[in-house]
Design a protein around this ligand. Structure first.
Ligand code: SF4
Length: 588
């Protein structure tokens, strides 16, 4: 039990009135732990039905959990909002220092409502909240520079996080992200555009409270158990050594690496952009989120000479992971690692979600090859697989939205394809651009039925890989497996534990840690809670008009063989209809 636990304090901020207040909601945290569990409750409470995602009515909610600040790898913050990309549930998770800073500032959640009339950033230093004029930061070319300026201005006591948007967020690109601590993101589903719609350039949170634990002996024992598991686990070593980029080569070998807008399932030059290649030639440093002994964040050092100055170089530090390598690498046919890094850097500077940006550029390339768009739409840019210079120009134009075509691209792939055609190869599921797994039906059913339409909802790609060489799983068993996984992940994302650590946070450890943290719960209650939180998310989605529609699936996924061979459309239809009954028509 913690003494004077600040977790149940929620800081509410009204940007329209420039007011803030704190409410103590212990019952919310008692019933739903924190993270996703508390976040979806707050979203249901504070987001009016039918609110437009870019209107002042759409709230931004950040939540942390009972293990935040106490245990290793409980390092994530959950953001909840209504997504401008899908028009429905927006949920995004981010590490860095965000979670620990929020908790040590004395809060379990932040709820930001309204919209400012001028650009500002919020500075939350424990119980003091400042609305700082950000007019001079608005329109600044680089997301990195914005972070540096805020870092200099704001006091730096204790744990501090600096969240901010780039020009993509300011210009309301539907898949703009929010960057924290330079190399971490609230990516996917457009939180950056929601910031932009509120004229909210950034949020600084700092805190230096302590979290005094009552049961010191139990705390020490359970802490050591988790820490030792984390530093001795082979899975965690993999994340530390090469990072998620290690997946490039095996997925390519398995025929599950989407390439050139999924016209191919293998990239013949994958070895040039593999995790091993980056580690050998470019790895500059590794970083870790706060309270994480693993350090999976890999940063490349790219040294480039100035054009007209011999022996003068600039070195850019650029983070890379599997998903950006797929989206801005194989998906665009880019085999030059430095070309990939330059494009990645540009995407970061602008503040775009790398996955959505890459998948959209891949669709645009194919649409131009098929004559659906010409160089008139792209303002003279000829798109060719592998030409990263052209893709860099495209990303700038998407952010500037210099003509109707780029404006359409800024609204996401489904919107662009509805205007220009090419729906059959517009690779989005539930409105969210695809992740980097063409492993089989599990990957696609997973993103179709997952609450966030993310591969991390239920890891369908992992089920596919385990099924290689085995008898085909029935669609019903596959769906049941995915739903069970997603229900369990609601617990992890309510604590809030990094999903990479799911193997070192088994059920018995979670029960022990929750007991120490002052949230005693038994195993059956934990199972029921996972189900409840998932159903609460679905309740929000149904309220906002969500339906599962198998007819909107891009046909391309049925044409290119996956790691498990050609995907059968009828199999997907049966699975989705079964999921519809289980998830959407069941009483919630
Ligand atoms: S494993 Fe990686 S993403 Fe997860 S908490 Fe550690 S550094 Fe952050």
């Amino acid at each position: 039990m913690l003494l004077n636990d600040p977790l149940s304090n929620i800081l509410f901020v009204d940007l329209s009135k420039k007011e803030f207040w704190v409410e103590n909601r212990r019952e919310l945290f008692d019933n739903y732990l924190g993270g996703s569990g508390v976040g979806i409750q707050l979203l249901n409470e504070t987001c009016p039905q039918g609110a437009k995602p870019l209107s002042p009515e759409n709230p931004i909610i950040f939540t942390v959990g009972p293990l935040t600040g106490l245990y290793p790898l409980a390092s994530k913050t959950v953001a909840m909002f209504k997504s401008p990309l899908t028009g429905n549930l927006g949920e995004s998770h981010c590490g860095g220092r965000s979670a620990i800073a929020i908790r040590l500032a004395g809060y379990g959640a932040l709820v930001i409502k309204g919209a400012s009339d001028i650009p500002l950033y919020l500075a939350i230093h424990q119980d003091k909240v400042f609305f700082r004029d950000a007019t001079s930061l608005w329109g600044m070319g680089s997301n990195f520079t914005v972070g540096r300026v805020i870092r200099e201005i704001e006091p730096g006591d204790g744990f501090r996080t600096i969240m901010r948007i780039g020009r993509a967020g300011e210009n309301l690109v539907s898949y703009a992200c929010v960057m924290t601590e330079t190399y971490r993101h609230f990516g996917r589903l457009g939180l950056g555009a929601v910031f932009g719609s509120k004229k909210l350039k950034g949020i600084v949170v700092s805190g230096k409270r302590s979290l005094p634990v009552g049961e010191k002996k139990e705390y020490r024992t359970s802490y050591d158990e988790i820490y030792n598991a984390a530093v001795s686990s082979t899975a965690m070593k993999k994340y530390h050594d090469i990072g998620t980029a290690e997946n490039v080569s095996p997925l390519n070998e398995l025929g599950g690496l989407p390439t050139k807008n999924l016209t191919e399932q293998r990239f013949p030059e994958a070895s040039k952009i593999s995790g091993e290649a980056f580690a050998e030639r470019y790895l500059g440093r590794r970083l870790a989120c706060s309270h994480c002994p693993v350090g999976c964040i890999h940063i490349a050092a790219l040294r480039e000479s100035y054009e007209d100055e011999k022996y003068f170089y600039k070195t850019s530090m650029i983070s890379y992971d599997y998903e950006p390598i797929f989206a801005l690498g194989s998906m665009l046919g880019i085999n030059d690692p430095e070309g990939f890094l330059r494009l990645m850097d540009q995407v970061e500077i602008l503040g775009l979600d790398a996955m959505s940006a890459g998948v959209i550029l891949a669709w645009a390339t194919e649409a131009q090859n098929h004559g659906l768009i010409s160089e008139k739409e792209t303002e003279g840019i000829r798109l060719q697989w592998g030409d990263y210079h052209a893709y860099m120009q495209m990303t700038k134009k998407i952010v500037d939205q210099s003509n109707p075509f780029f404006h359409a691209l800024a609204q996401g792939i489904n919107h662009a394809a509805s205007l220009y055609g090419g729906k059959e190869y517009a690779l989005a599921f539930g409105g969210n651009e695809m992740p980097g797994y063409h492993t089989g039906p599990g990957a696609y059913i997973g993103v179709l039925i997952g609450a966030r339409h993310s591969h991390l909802d239920n890891a369908g790609y992992s089920v596919d890989q385990k099924n290689i060489g085995k008898p085909v799983m029935s669609p019903e068993v596959l769906v049941d497996t995915l739903i069970a996984e997603e229900e369990w992940r609601q617990i992890l994302s309510s604590l809030v534990v990094c999903f990479f650590a799911r193997g070192i946070y088994p059920r018995d450890i979670i029960l022990k840690t929750l007991n120490v943290a002052g949230f005693p719960i038994n195993s059956e209650e934990l199972t029921l809670l996972g189900k409840t939180i998932l159903h609460e998310k679905l309740r929000f989605k149904i309220r906002e008009g969500y339906t599962l529609n198998v007819d909107n699936i891009p046909q391309r996924i049925f044409q290119t063989p996956s790691s498990l061979g050609l995907i059968d459309k009828e199999y997907i239809r049966t699975a989705v209809e079964y999921a519809q009954k289980k998830l959407l028509e069941a009483p919630v």
